[in-house]
Structure formats: structure tokens, C-alpha cells
Design a protein around this ligand. Sequence first.
Ligand code: AMP
Length: 224
Amino acid sequence: MSTSPLRVIILIGPPGSGKGTQATLLKDRFAIPHISTGDLLRSHIQKGTPLGHQAQKFIEKGLLAPDDLILEILLQRIAESDCRKGYILDGFPRTILQAEALQTVFGNSTPPIVIHLDLNDKKIIDRLTQRMICSHCGALYHLHLSPPKIPSQCNHCGNPLVQRKDDTKEVIIERLKVYHTLTAPLIHYYSDKKLLHTIDCDQPKETIFAQIITACDPSDLSSQ
Ligand code: AMP
């Protein structure tokens, strides 16, 4: 049996802080899967599963899906064989109850590395109302900061870009309210456990990535 420690990276941050972008970079860097609970839910919705049906009404209103539903999806996913060496959690945990459930999974094994991506609400609203996503591969674009080469077409797979249904201003404001009420308490939760690294996300994505790598592995200077 392998004795190498499990590398679990948790990305906490408001919607639009760049969790998905950084998780994609980290996945390539560490060769461990990127698990986005939002993507898992959207895939259930697309496939029309009972879980997807249950989650859809919450997502569309900008509310959190129930903890038991999300835990079922997440625990199933991290039990898969590609997660044996670790994984990157994007959008989980989002409540203290979810964090405590995850803690029982870790037990006494290597603690997670928790990255808090910090960005103010005004910047978030700007980012999300300008965000487009590939309908096929999920690649992210910003209409001004990182536009596609051909308008409305994904650079990677050529499929059409769409706006997420929950990226409208009204729903974004609701998602931010939910973030500040239910998710932000995790910052203290992990800070008290001395696991938290806060990074200012109003910087180029390469700079943010380098800071995350340093937090993950302070001896790794190859990213600098
Ligand atoms: P995201 O793609 O991470 O922005 O998530 C989109 C939506 O999925 C959220 O606004 C929630 O409705 C739901 N969701 C994703 N992750 C969670 C979670 N850990 N707990 C509850 N709801 C979640």
C-alpha cells in the first residue's frame, strides 16, 4: 500500500474569485483531479437525474444545495480510484457542516491545504456578469479580460460559449449573500486550525497561481 501523503487542496472563495481557473492549473501541476461540486451538480442536471432535479431549484435561485445531497455526491466522487493520491476541491466545503463531514473523512491523515481566494464584491459582480463558459468543455472566458479568439466560440473545442443561468446580476447578489453568511465562517474555521492561506485575487492569474504553489509546497521554487 502507498504511504505517500494525500495531497488535498481546498479552494474557498466567493463565486468569481477564480477557483475554477486555479483548480485547472493545479490539476495539471500536481496530476490530481479537480472536483467542482458545481460542475458535478450541473452534470446531474444535464443528465436529468433525481439528484439533479432536486438541486436545480437551489442553483437557479443562487442558494446552496442541501448539505446531505452535496455530501452524497462529493463522497461518491472522492471514493473513485483517481483520487487516491489527492484531489482539488473547488466549491466544497461551503458550510461548516460540510467542513466537519470532510474532516471525518480525513481523520488523522495529512491535513488539507486550504486556500482562501479573496476578492471584493464589486470586482466579483464585474467578473461574473462578463463571464462566458464553454457549453461543452467548461472553459471559462471574460468578455474583456480573457475574450475568446473568435467571438462566442471556445478556443479549445470550438463549441458555443454561453452565460451560466446563475451569472445574472440578481442571482450573483444572492450568491454573494449566501457566501458571506454560510461560507465565509469557514475562513475562521480553517484559520483556527492553522491551515488557511489567504491570497489577494485582484492580481494576474499567474501571480495567484505562484502564491498557491508556494502555499502548497514552500520548498518548490520552480514556479517563481
Ligand atoms: P459553483 O459552480 O461552485 O459556483 O456552484 C454553483 C451552484 O451549485 C452554487 O451556487 C450552489 O447552488 C451549488 N453548489 C455547489 N457546490 C455546493 C456546495 N458545496 N454546497 C451546496 N451547494 C453547492
